[in-house]
Design a protein around this ligand. Structure first.
Ligand SMILES: NC(=O)c1ccc[n+]([C@@H]2O[C@H](COP(=O)([O-])OP(=O)(O)OC[C@H]3O[C@@H](n4cnc5c(N)ncnc54)[C@H](OP(=O)(O)O)[C@@H]3O)[C@@H](O)[C@H]2O)c1
Length: 159
């Protein structure tokens, strides 16, 4: 029997690279991100398997739950059990003090990078393994990156 890995932020960067490697290692992969186009581009790179694409905002609990049920519950989408989650989706770049930061930058970063991880892990709580990476990278440099990254790191500690 196969095994499934769900990856958020799978349309680019670390998420895409992880998906490619996981498919090579025999996982069926559920690719999550807001935009279908980049997810399909990742899908095209994957070694054959029962992979699927789930376009949704990870911070939108209702949409994530509905999408997850569809992908994992319908025959032909994902035939193997979900054994692991990589809660990788997030936004980086400008902090809340940057000149180009909009008024809502603080809220958006916390919504995606903290609430999004919380929603992902909670909605997948029946799985046996949980992994995440990426956003932890900020932890050693809190003092020079801005309060929002510090708040994010602390928020992620106990999820
Ligand atoms: N690369 C670094 O040096 C570094 C350093 C510190 C932390 N990190 C963190 O590590 C993770 C991966 O980094 P990366 O460099 O691979 O970033 P990336 O290429 O920008 O990938 C982030 C992915 O997350 C998705 N995403 C963003 N908001 C989302 C949302 N609300 N719901 C669902 N998906 C969403 C994006 O796709 P859509 O826009 O289509 O949704 C994108 O594919 C990120 O969380 C990033 O913040 C990276």
């Amino acid at each position: 029997m196969g095994k499934t890995l769900l990856i958020t932020g799978a349309g680019s960067g670390i998420g895409r690279a992880t998906a490619v490697r996981a498919a090579e290692d025999g996982y069926d992969v559920v690719l999550v991100g807001r935009r279908k186009g980049p997810l399909n581009q990742t899908l095209a790179l994957l070694k054959e398997g029962a992979h699927s694409v789930l376009p949704c905002d990870v911070a939108d609990r209702h949409a994530f739950r509905l999408g997850l049920r569809q992908v994992l519950g319908e025959p032909g989408f994902c035939d193997s059990p979900l054994v692991a989650v990589f809660a990788n989706a997030g936004i980086g770049g400008s902090n809340e003090y940057a000149e180009d930061a909009g008024e809502d930058r603080w809220n958006e970063i916390l919504r995606v990078n903290v609430t999004g991880v919380y929603v992902t892990l909670n909605e997948c709580k029946t799985i046996s393994h949980v992994l995440w990476s990426g956003k932890d990278a900020c932890r050693g440099n809190k003092q020079c990156l801005g309060a929002v990254w510090c708040a994010e790191s602390i928020g992620l500690c106990d999820i």
